[in-house]
Design a protein around this ligand. Structure first.
Ligand SMILES: [Zn+2]
Length: 479
């Protein structure tokens, strides 16, 4: 649904060139964000305090969705069968459709106050160790600022904001992509808190998240061991087989596991046991091939121990497919906005946190912006990958944290609730809003981005790694 360039020019033809009009709209979006900074920060801190876990983000999703609603977006709650998911849409005539990705889930066991010392909040056990309170409100801010600027400048187009729950469990965007919700977008934009101000073409690892449940026969472990069939033996034999498998897979792959149920007491042969695996590799097909071999190891464990095993796939994430065309547009806007303008209090908190970090590189927040084109695969996984296979996708990171702050740490929680986190969120929002506005008036760029996606996928359509037969109720049966 790309708008012909002539009709855009007609829509904007009131004395200004399209470029003038775009610059005016971008400046208006920046002003809107600056003018409402206090309200935006209050909302982000409320989500930080909610610290709701994956699929339990009832208050946080409601806060962000109703804020979008107040600004004229039409909200559809509960999309893709997830109660805490939503899509918020705003449309001005006919033009391109740009999607913005919003996340808001926190992590268990990371309760932390917004200060420089490790100290849990007395009223909370979870915390925003990935800064999704900044991510969610920052992306929603970009959408609202772009929407107001589009209306004021007469720029036609459609903005779709996706409230994506459970990023930490790799579920939200996978189920949304499987339901085809990203298919009609011309581009998707996102951002993530971090310790640098960058637009990177870095990919992330694809992942299968899977539980193996063994069932055997219990017996007295001393008096009748011959009558027992140990489910834990099944797990252990499987793990040994997988640890031998490591030698014969690609170096870039990662396999890690925890035993989530290994029996209750040594004197009872365990009749039930469970082991939980993450299998990662740079590409989806590589994960799938290794996954099949891990399933073989599970079956070998069951055969050798005289038990049975069932396989419970929890999620299947794609790697991230970068889009250089979109990334370049996004970076131009990051350069325009510049690094966050940290105040003295922000620099002080960052400097106080630096000595507590295992890999503190420096005590100052990042004051540069950068474009990274050739970087090795980032050794983690995100469900943004599935979006990037459906539609041209680009993202940025801004320095919400002092350099060397690990994801999912108390330091990340503390800084995500602090001034420098909020200031860097404004930078991300302005960058995303500017990029959204530019894409609305540059259908030629969207076309080139679409061609790049087709070239990277070889024209293969997106195929979700999670089979249709696996629903949210299967994934959450242990919750
Ligand atoms: Zn995250």
């Amino acid at each position: 649904m790309l708008l012909p360039i002539l009709s855009i020019l007609a829509a904007l033809n009131i004395g200004l060139t399209p470029q003038d009009r775009l610059e005016e709209a971008v400046a208006a979006a920046d002003r809107w964000i600056d003018g409402l900074a206090a309200e935006i920060d209050t909302l982000s801190l409320a989500v930080w305090k909610d610290a709701e876990l994956s699929l339990e983000e009832v208050e946080s999703s409601k806060r962000i969705a109703s804020w979008l609603e107040q600004h004229g977006f039409t909200v559809e709650p509960g999309i893709a069968g997830m109660p805490t998911a939503f899509r918020a849409t705003w449309q001005n005539g006919s033009g391109p459709t740009i999607g913005l990705l919003v996340e808001y889930d926190a992590l268990p066991g990371l309760s932390q106050v917004a200060g420089p010392k490790k100290q849990a909040r007395p009223d909370e056990t979870s915390g925003h160790g990935c800064g999704h309170n900044l991510l969610g409100v920052g992306a929603a801010t970009a959408a609202i600022a772009a929407r107001h600027a589009m209306e004021a400048s007469g720029i036609p187009g459609r903005i779709e904001v996706f409230g994506c729950p459970a990023e930490e469990r790799g579920i939200g965007k996978v189920l949304m992509a499987r339901a085809g919700l990203f298919d009609k977008l011309d581009a998707a934009l996102h951002w993530h808190p971090g310790d640098r101000n960058v637009v990177s073409d870095q990919s992330w690892l694809a992942l299968n998240n899977v539980k193996f449940r063994f069932s055997g026969r219990s017996a007295h472990a001393a008096a009748n061991p011959d009558a027992g069939r140990s489910a834990l033996d099944g797990v252990e034999i499987m793990n040994v087989a997988v640890n031998f498998l490591r030698e014969h897979i690609i170096d870039e792959a990662r396999i890690h596991y925890v035993t989530t149920n290994g029996g209750q007491a040594p004197n009872v042969v365990p009749d039930v046991a469970e082991v939980w695996y993450f299998i990662r590799a740079p590409r989806r097909d590589q994960v799938q091939a290794i996954y099949q071999r891990v399933v073989d190891c599970a079956n070998a464990g069951a055969l050798a121990s005289g038990t049975e095993v069932t396989v419970h796939l929890q999620s299947a994430l794609h790697d991230i497919l970068p889009n250089t065309v979109l990334g370049d547009v996004l970076y131009r806007h990051l350069e325009r906005v510049g690094a966050p303008d940290y105040d003295e209090a922000a620099e002080k908190l960052a400097a106080d946190i630096a000595p507590t970090l295992p890999e503190a590189k420096e005590r100052q927040l990042a004051h540069q912006v950068a474009r990274i084109l050739d970087a090795p695969v980032f050794p983690a996984s995100t469900d943004v990958g599935d979006v990037s296979y459906c539609v041209p996708t680009a993202g940025l990171q801004t320095a919400t944290w002092t350099p060397g702050t690990p994801y999912h740490s108390w330091q990340a929680v503390a800084q995500s609730g602090s001034t420098h986190g909020l200031l860097a969120m404004h930078t991300a929002a302005k960058t995303l809003a500017g990029c959204t506005l530019e894409l609305m008036v540059r259908p030629d760029m969207l076309e080139t981005a679409r061609e790049e996606l087709a070239q990277r996928t070889g024209g293969e359509p997106y195929r979700c790694g999670l089979p249709e037969s696996i629903g949210l109720e299967d994934i959450t049966e242990d919750d």
